[in-house]
Design a protein around this ligand. Structure first.
Ligand SMILES: [Zn+2]
Length: 318
């Protein structure tokens, strides 16, 4: 970003099934008034509008310059050209005209992107990815990815590029939310790791967490792994192996040189990223080696991405 560029402020929202992360984001990559509001899926659209309204009021109260636009990141399949969420299972949205709704209510330029694509664009615009050909993988409840090819986001023929969570990895594995079984997501997502740990761990070990089985979280498993728990180490190592193998295939297909990991799984206090890289190196030929690293923008990448798109679409004429 050119230091001479005038500062503009945008509202950015990263809409998730359990929370909406939002903030006021400048075209120089600063995030202010950062907040997270619990999302109730039964009234997600009105919650989105409330978050925008509150941010506009707070921006005014805190004497920020006028807001120049609104950038929205949604999970699921998103038609970014028409601004429509085609299907977001976690939000129970289907064919929601989100861009139109928000533009109508707030009279500001608005853009909508898939959340993983937004994170990839954020990494491209403000991260430290020294590449124009990379994959940005978000490992949360599910697994999504944004693909950047030749410095441009690749959304695919039907806005489905990067849906790597449902690549089949383990035939006859655990049932997936998509209806199939053994998808990558059932092994390497946060929820997948927890489900497999519960399946493999001895009863006395789950009891040692001091929690009921249904309360066990990823952090408990990481803690147990650090104490030498065989079951915990097994599910974490198998998750890294599955992801590394999948990454090796994608990297070879698209000739990528960098993979960035973000989301709760990437943040864990265990060398997950290093294990994924080692597995990717084992599965790919030497000529297709890839750097795998943790995102430095984990919680704000999508906010930076949607506002970078707004900036390039509406305010920077090339
Ligand atoms: Zn699936």
């Amino acid at each position: 970003m050119n230091a001479q560029t005038a500062v503009r402020w945008y509202i950015g929202l990263d809409i998730g099934g359990t929370a909406i992360k939002a903030g006021l984001v400048s075209n120089h990559g600063h995030v202010a008034l950062h907040r997270s509001k619990r999302n109730d899926v039964s009234k997600a659209l009105s919650t989105v509008k409330c978050v925008i309204m509150d941010l506009l009021k707070d921006a005014d109260t805190n004497r920020f310059p006028a807001v120049s636009g609104i950038g929205l990141a949604s999970p699921g399949r998103v038609d970014s050209e028409r601004g429509v969420v085609l299907e977001a299972i976690n939000l129970k949205w289907r064919n929601v005209l989100l861009k139109q709704e928000v533009e109508h209510d707030f009279r500001l330029p608005t853009v909508l992107l898939n959340d993983s694509n937004a994170a990839a664009l954020g990494e491209l615009a403000h991260g430290s990815v020294m590449s124009d050909n990379f994959l940005c993988i978000t490992l949360g409840t599910g697994i999504g990815a944004g693909i950047v090819l030749g410095g441009r986001m690749h959304e695919g023929a039907r806005f489905k590029a990067g849906e790597i969570g449902h690549i089949l990895y383990e035939p006859n594995g655990l049932k997936c939310v998509c209806g199939k079984a053994g998808c990558l997501e059932t092994i390497a997502s946060g929820s997948g790791i927890v489900r497999r740990y519960i399946q493999y761990s001895p009863d006395d070990e789950t009891a040692s967490c001091g929690k009921a089985v249904h309360e066990i979280e990823l952090n408990d498993i990481v803690q147990l792994a650090r104490q030498g728990s065989v079951a915990s180490l097994r599910v974490l190592e198998e998750a890294a192996e599955a992801l590394g193998s999948t990454v090796a295939t994608i990297v070879q297909s698209l000739d990528l040189d960098t993979v960035v990991l973000s989301g709760g799984v990437a943040k864990m206090d265990w060398p997950f990223t290093e294990r994924v890289e080692a597995a990717a190196h084992r599965y790919a030929p030497r000529s297709s080696q890839v750097v795998v690293r943790k995102s430095r923008l984990i919680d704000i990448a999508a906010l930076l991405g949607v506002t970078a798109l707004l900036e390039s679409t509406h305010f920077v004429k090339s």
